[in-house]
Design a protein. Structure first.
Length: 478
């Protein structure tokens, strides 16, 4: 299928480019790679892996390897689509182009809500990390402080966002590399006064599959959402000086870096700490495996060091996800699929209204998370979980339509071609559906399917009863 070009490619609701300033192409290809890492390497890796370990034991290593492979497939597919269409709205605009207006509307609103919930959770987490040093600091003050920093960075300019995210992510990546080197030394060589740990913990307590081989699949319900957020790399293509080169570079490095960091880090945790001890962690800084490893090699104030890293990780993830949420909300306003004001840019090319709109949603999510309104916040989290799965499915479905009848030579000349093409995309679809199927045995995933599915039906009704009718009237008037 060949995508339409020129005026015929515009929908009845899409405004002329001349009506408003364009997004500024200020991001470098190095910054784009780090933006993706900043979104995906959040507190889920540093503190939140305990629940996955509790589910599968040492075999969770396989779960993370499978998760990295699935994310790699989606990343390659999304990279090829983005190189072909480096436009505002990213995969939402691509879904509209190849699957129709409803898909473009749905995927962007779902991703926006998922990102907003994620940022709300990260902001609350960062406020709690500040209390590690200042226990008397009210949670509200911490939330406002962190949210203000993140919003301020995004409001100044896209360049300031790129610079900040580059350095935030650099801190996280450096910490992970130090952890990997130190962990490998402790496992294979030991240190003076500390013998090598070896691989005994990998098979010593119930074997490699203490909960059975099926637990590898069940753990995927937890594992996959540690990777969520990498899509921000591709959202940023519309603000990149050289989208083709930047996305090709980011696509290659992002896929293997995420796999390396997650799989190797978790493998070292399993080797160094009995898996039942890691699984029993309460998610606090003191219980983090990073603290235990740094303490074992004699690093002073290991807990404070780890707290600083996870604080940066939370701020970085919030920063990147707010950026992604605001750009998709801006594209919805630009196409009149959201209030028109959300599609406006200021003189620096910043979608201020979309940023403030996203910040309002974050304030609600952070308030619900920070003040123990568990039922409501859990419902939002369920929608976010369902949203990311549906977004991935729609990305893969868009790719199948994109590649239908396409001349392979054309894709090869453009670069970034996905190995295996449509077959690889079908494997990705099967993988995502396998994660969805864990709803049969994992209550939170069942909640995600029920609540998220209901919200998707609500969005569809809004589109059919409101947006579609308005579009039809506009076309008739024209």
């Amino acid at each position: 299928m060949t995508a339409p070009t020129g005026p015929a490619a515009r929908t009845a609701t899409e405004p002329s480019v001349a009506e408003e300033p364009e997004l500024q192409r200020s991001l470098t290809h190095r910054q784009i790679t780090m933006i993706g890492l900043g979104s995906a390497l959040g507190t889920g890796l540093f503190l939140g892996s305990g629940s996955a370990i509790a589910t599968a034991g040492p075999a969770v290593i396989v779960s993370y390897a499978l998760g990295a492979t699935l994310v790699g497939i989606i990343g390659l597919v999304l990279g090829e689509l983005t190189i072909a269409h480096p436009e505002r709205g990213s995969f939402g605009a691509v879904a509209r182009r190849y699957l129709g207006p409803w898909a473009g509307f749905l995927v962007r609103w779902l991703y926006w809500l998922g990102a907003v919930v994620a940022v709300g959770g990260e902001v609350v987490a960062a406020a709690l990390y500040l209390q590690f040093w200042w226990p008397q600091l009210p949670t509200t003050v911490g939330i406002v402080l962190v949210a203000g920093i993140v919003l301020g960075v995004n409001l100044v300019s896209v360049k300031s966002f790129g610079v900040a995210e580059f350095w935030f992510s650099t801190v996280k990546v450096t910490a992970l590399l130090v952890f990997i080197v130190c962990g490998a030394l402790l496992v294979f060589f030991g240190l003076p006064g500390t013998p090598a740990a070896g691989l005994g913990n990998v098979t010593g307590d119930g074997g490699f599959f203490p909960e059975g081989s099926g637990a590898v699949w069940v753990a995927m319900a937890v594992v996959m959402f540690a990777f969520a957020g990498f899509e921000t790399t591709f959202i940023s293509a519309a603000e990149t000086s050289d989208p083709g080169r930047s996305i090709r570079t980011a696509m290659r490095s992002l896929v293997w870096r995420l796999g390396l960091f997650y799989v190797v880090s978790i493998s070292l945790v399993i080797a160094l700490i009995p898996w039942r001890d890691s699984a029993a962690g309460d998610g606090s800084v003191q219980a983090s495996p990073f603290v235990q490893v740094f303490a074992d090699i004699g690093v002073p104030a290991a807990a404070s060091l780890t707290n600083a890293v996870v604080l940066v990780a939370a701020v970085s993830a919030a920063n990147a996800n707010l950026y992604g949420a605001s750009r998709l909300l801006h594209s919805l306003g630009h196409e009149r699929l959201a209030p028109k004001a959300l599609g406006k840019l200021n003189g620096r090319g910043v979608p201020v209204n979309a940023l403030l709109g996203s910040a309002c949603g974050i304030a609600v999510a952070a308030g619900l998370a920070g003040y123990g309104v568990d039922n409501v916040f859990d419902a939002l989290v369920s929608i976010a979980i369902f949203a990311i799965l549906l977004v991935w499915l729609l990305i893969l479905a868009s790719y199948l339509r994109f590649r239908r009848g396409q001349d392979p030579a054309v894709a090869g000349e453009r670069g970034g071609r996905t190995p295996g093409g449509r077959i690889t995309a079908w494997v990705g679809i099967a993988g995502v559906l396998a994660v969805v199927a864990t709803a049969a045995v994992v209550p939170p995933m069942l909640d995600a399917a029920l609540v998220g599915g209901g919200f998707t039906l609500l969005l569809s009704a809004v589109y059919l009863l409101g947006i579609r009718r308005r579009t039809a009237r506009t076309a008739e008037a024209a």
